[in-house]
Design a protein around this ligand. Structure first.
Ligand code: ZN
Length: 304
C-alpha cells in the first residue's frame, strides 16, 4: 500500500472568471471539470489539469464569489511547485508571464510568481523521470508546458510533530522538513517552512487542502492505518470522480487521500471534458435551479 504522489491541490478563488483566464489562458492548463462544490452546490468547483485530467496535475478551486484575500500561515500550503522540462522552459514562462503583466522572480534557476489572488507558484526544472502531465494549450509549445506538480511547501511552527504521521503514510526523508512521497509511478515533494507569526486566514488565493493519490488501494485500510497513527480521518466520502478520506496532519495541514479513479471521464467524453456544467447524480435533478445562478465563465481556448 503506497501513495502515488500528489493527487490534487484545492484552493479558493473569489473571482472564477479571472481564475479561468489565468489557469487556462495564461498557464495553459485544461479545464477538465466544471462542477459545483458538493458541500454547497450554489458555487463552482473548477478543476484544471493536464489534457487527460490525470492525478498529479490537478489544481482545483472552490469559488466563493467576492471572497477577501486569504493569508497562508501555520498549517497551510503556501506555495505550489510545478515541473517543467528545461531552463528554456523557465525562460519561456518568464516571457509569457511578463506578456500577461504577471510579475515573475527568478530564484536559483526557478521562477516564482503569484496568481491574480496571491496564490504562490514556482516552476522548477524536473529532476525525475515521472511521465510529464501536459495540457494541450494551442499557444504553449508542448516541450515548454507545465508537466504537473513537483510538490508543495507548507508552513509549520513545529514540523517535527508531523514526522510520525508522515512516516506512517510512507513519506521518506524529513531532513530540514523536506519529505518525498513516491509510489510505483509518481512522486511528489512536501516541505515545511517556518511559519510566519501572523495567523493563517482561509480566503481567496489560499490553499484549502492537498490530496495524495491512494491509487486503487482500499480506502478503509488507509483509514485504519491513519487511526493507528493518531489521526481522526473522516469516513470514506464518495466524491463521484474519486473516493476520499480527509484528516488534519499534526502541523495542521488538511490532507486528503483520494483514489485515482473513476476519474473525470466518468460522466463526460474525454474529448469534451469541462465544456459543460457537470453535476454529480444527486445534484442532476437540481440542474435547472443551479445552472442559472452560477457565474458565466470565459473559454480562453476558444479564442486561441
Ligand atoms: Zn480534494
Amino acid at each position: 500500500m503506497g501513495l502515488e504522489g500528489i493527487h490534487h491541490i484545492t484552493a479558493i478563488t473569489g473571482n472564477a472568471p479571472r481564475n479561468v483566464e489565468f489557469y487556462v489562458g495564461v498557464l495553459g492548463l485544461r479545464m477538465v471539470k466544471k462542477t459545483v462544490n458538493q458541500d454547497d452546490p450554489s458555487v463552482y468547483h473548477l478543476f484544471y489539469a493536464d489534457e487527460r485530467g490525470r492525478p498529479g496535475s490537478d489544481l482545483t478551486f472552490f469559488e466563493y464569489p467576492g471572497a477577501g484575500r486569504g493569508r497562508a500561515g501555520a498549517g497551510m500550503v503556501h506555495r505550489i511547485v510545478w515541473r517543467v522540462a528545461s531552463a528554456e522552459a523557465i525562460d519561456f514562462w518568464a516571457g509569457r508571464l511578463a506578456d500577461h503583466a504577471v510579475a515573475g522572480e527568478a530564484v536559483d534557476g526557478r521562477l516564482r510568481f503569484n496568481d491574480p489572488e496571491g496564490l504562490a507558484h514556482e516552476l522548477v526544472v524536473s529532476e525525475v523521470d515521472d511521465e510529464p502531465l501536459v495540457g494541450g494549450a494551442p499557444d504553449v509549445p508542448r516541450e515548454l508546458a507545465l508537466q504537473g506538480f513537483d510538490g508543495v511547501r507548507a508552513y509549520s511552527h513545529a514540523p517535527e510533530r508531523s514526522e510520525a504521521m508522515l512516516g506512517a503514510l510512507g513519506f521518506t526523508g524529513g531532513q530540514d522538513g523536506a519529505w518525498e512521497v513516491r509510489g510505483k509511478q509518481r512522486g511528489g515533494l512536501f516541505s515545511y517552512d517556518p511559519a510566519p507569526e501572523a495567523r493563517s486566514l482561509q480566503g481567496a488565493g489560499s490553499v484549502h487542502h492537498i490530496a495524495f493519490n491512494s491509487a486503487g488501494e482500499d480506502q478503509q485500510r488507509w483509514r485504519r492505518r491513519l487511526i493507528e497513527a493518531g489521526a481522526a480521518p473522516t469516513p470514506v466520502i464518495d466524491r463521484f470522480y474519486f473516493r476520499s478520506v480527509y484528516f488534519r496532519e499534526p502541523s495542521g495541514v488538511l490532507f486528503e487521500l483520494a483514489s485515482d479513479g473513476p476519474g473525470f471521464a466518468a460522466d463526460e467524453d474525454p474529448e469534451h471534458l469541462g465544456e459543460r456544467l457537470s453535476l454529480p447524480p444527486d445534484f442532476e435533478p437540481l440542474r435547472d435551479k443551479i445552472e442559472p445562478s452560477l457565474t458565466p465563465l470565459p473559454n480562453p481556448r476558444a479564442r486561441s
